[in-house]
Design a protein around this ligand. Sequence first.
Ligand SMILES: Cc1cc2nc3c(=O)[nH]c(=O)nc-3n(C[C@H](O)[C@H](O)[C@H](O)COP(=O)(O)OP(=O)(O)OC[C@H]3O[C@@H](n4cnc5c(N)ncnc54)[C@H](O)[C@@H]3O)c2cc1C
Length: 245
Amino acid sequence: MNVFLVGMTTPVFMNESNDIEIDKSKNLEDLIGLACDICYNPNNDNTSEVLSSEKKKRVISKTLNEKHMSVYEHVSFTFKITGVTRSLMSQLTRHRIASFSVQSQRYCKLTEPQYLTPESIQKNQLGLEEYTSLMELNWKVYNKLIDKGIPKEDARMVLPNSCLTICIMTMNIRELFHFFKLRMCTHSQWEIQELSVKIFKLVEKTSPLIFKYVNKQCEHEKCFESCGGCVLRHLLNNDNINTKE
Ligand SMILES: Cc1cc2nc3c(=O)[nH]c(=O)nc-3n(C[C@H](O)[C@H](O)[C@H](O)COP(=O)(O)OP(=O)(O)OC[C@H]3O[C@@H](n4cnc5c(N)ncnc54)[C@H](O)[C@@H]3O)c2cc1C
């Protein structure tokens, strides 16, 4: 599995002639700070000036503490995700606030066997043999069907859940918080846990100030699960968790 951050919302400003300019010294915190300021500042005028660094920190902390989460919908991140299973994809696309473009099995011919073997099967010699021979058979039948003129959209019916795929996914920060809470939890399935940890590590770099909220989220939103093994907690304590990197 690979996750690449391929896009994110960046602040722009309009100069006196109404031209749009990108100010590379500003980042997503400035944009969120601007949204917070609209809410809290009675003297807000019609310019798009950003807040001082101190004020920005203050309003960001305030919104996170008070769960004023709508301001976190103004910044989105786009990821390219490769080498994940169709099984993961069916879980990931349940997150309705995100946007997806997924490799099409109707348009793409998947001639070569491309599948994932879970660790539990890799460690079981007999299971591994049976699994591998079934995967090979799946692709053999798929290719035969294609050769016989069966459309790809029908031939794909023999492809397994383990079939690897690629997608582009966009999520805003509010949805990312929600995603991390559900999917970095040990109750989640291992592949999507691994994906969420990788995404977290990428977005955290863009704003440690904002994403440190993820650390407090379960506590803040009163997670009463007593699993004792929260991936989040281990991650943020820099414990050596198995994310299969
Ligand atoms: C451990 C685990 C086990 C799971 N097992 C199963 C399973 O066995 N079967 C299964 O089908 N799914 C299962 N799921 C998927 C789960 O039910 C959700 O579909 C998935 O986690 C997406 O969560 P969400 O709906 O909160 O997120 P999103 O779709 O991203 O929505 C975010 C939030 O927006 C709000 N929202 C979005 N749409 C609506 C709406 N229509 N009405 C009201 N509020 C809305 C909700 O507050 C929601 O939490 C499982 C998930 C986890 C984490």
